[in-house]
Design a protein around this ligand. Sequence first.
Ligand code: AMP
Ligand code: GLY
Length: 425
Amino acid sequence: MNILIIGSGGREHAFAWKLAQSSKIGNLFVAPGNAGTATIATNLEIDTLNFESIKKVVLQYKINLVLVGPEIPLVAGIHDYFLSDNEIKHVSVIGPQQYAAKLEGSKEFAKEFMYRHQIPTAAYQSFTAETLEDGFNFLETLLPPYVLKADGLAAGKGVVILEDLQEAKDELIAMLKDQKFGDASKKVVVEEFLNGIEMSCFVLTDGKNYITLPNAKDYKRIGESDTGLNTGGMGAVSPVSFADDAFLQKVEERIIKRTIQGLKQDNITFVGFIFFGLINVEGNPFVIEYNVRMGDPETEVVIPRIKSDFLELLIATSQQNLDQYSIEIDNRSVATVMLVSGGYPESYQNGKEIFGLEKVTDSMVFHAGTKIQNEKIVSNGGRVLAVTSYGTDMEEALKISYQNISKIQFEGMYYRTDIGFDLNV
Ligand code: AMP
Ligand code: GLY
């Protein structure tokens, strides 16, 4: 099987790393990929939103299956593009079609879906510029803090949480009237604040059946102890210690099954990964958000815990016979720590040479934002490398990652030293 992975981050490097180990792999391509994927696959310089160019390489390299990493091409309809083209409609695409991708592409769509199918989530209402006054009235019925979410995709920045009612009203004006997040905030979901600890669960579904993947927790804030600006993710661990069998049972019954059943009832075909962003409120799981893809950096800890042949699972997904497969999971813990560019998530510089990668032992370094320039590996993004390790427990996995991080350097390199801090018991 010839495979094309779409994307360029640590998630895609982890996918490539795992697929390269499959007994069924033929040629492996990543578009556009990074310096890490270049060591195990062929990178193709393609804009992931240029579907015509993607079609060209799919035909040229006789690709059998396309695995879509990020949400943007999914929300833009890459899967539908394949289905509507006679020359490539036989190619399997792992990732939902445009309508199903609205579970991530529209917060209002996702909330309506959850309400329709009795999936626990925060109470909410949504507003447009025309209903601004109603928005103020709804805010007045809530207790602080106030949660405002731009309806559309806003590169992970569209959620604003404020303590003060007046500030929340001003923010609603900024989003709706001043289009603070452009078209993404033409509609805003205002919701009740839920107090608890977050984690993520993942399933792979073929539209009929699903398998549950290892769970994970990511650390989104730039600063120690979860302070400062939100990032794409500064590290992750799997499994999550507080997610015991009783909790995971509730997740399965109240959230995963109802979601899969709800998709069927609504006649929404979903082939791909569903990422449940959850919050544990006094032992009960609530959905904070859906994503229609794997998380990053969660993939860098989830994929290493899958022992089964990952390509076999993807093929089964495309053939709708996942029910005939089970997944074998590695019992060890996996942790990843993200090395980022100085200044990230605000402005930062690219092109910094990375030293010491050859000294790393016992960790896997998934490249998140790198490229090869003049035969050197240089930084090429805010998040640069995900240093990932196994351990008998989370502490050991983290210790190995931190030991290896001390061997790696690039100008301005920054990382959090406290990944997993809130899970120590
Ligand atoms: P989202 O983009 O929907 O994942 O939201 C970003 C972050 O905002 C989440 O990871 C949570 O930390 C926080 N958040 C979102 N919705 C809520 C809520 N209803 N209650 C508490 N925190 C929330
Ligand atoms: N780590 C969160 C995400 O991938 O959206």
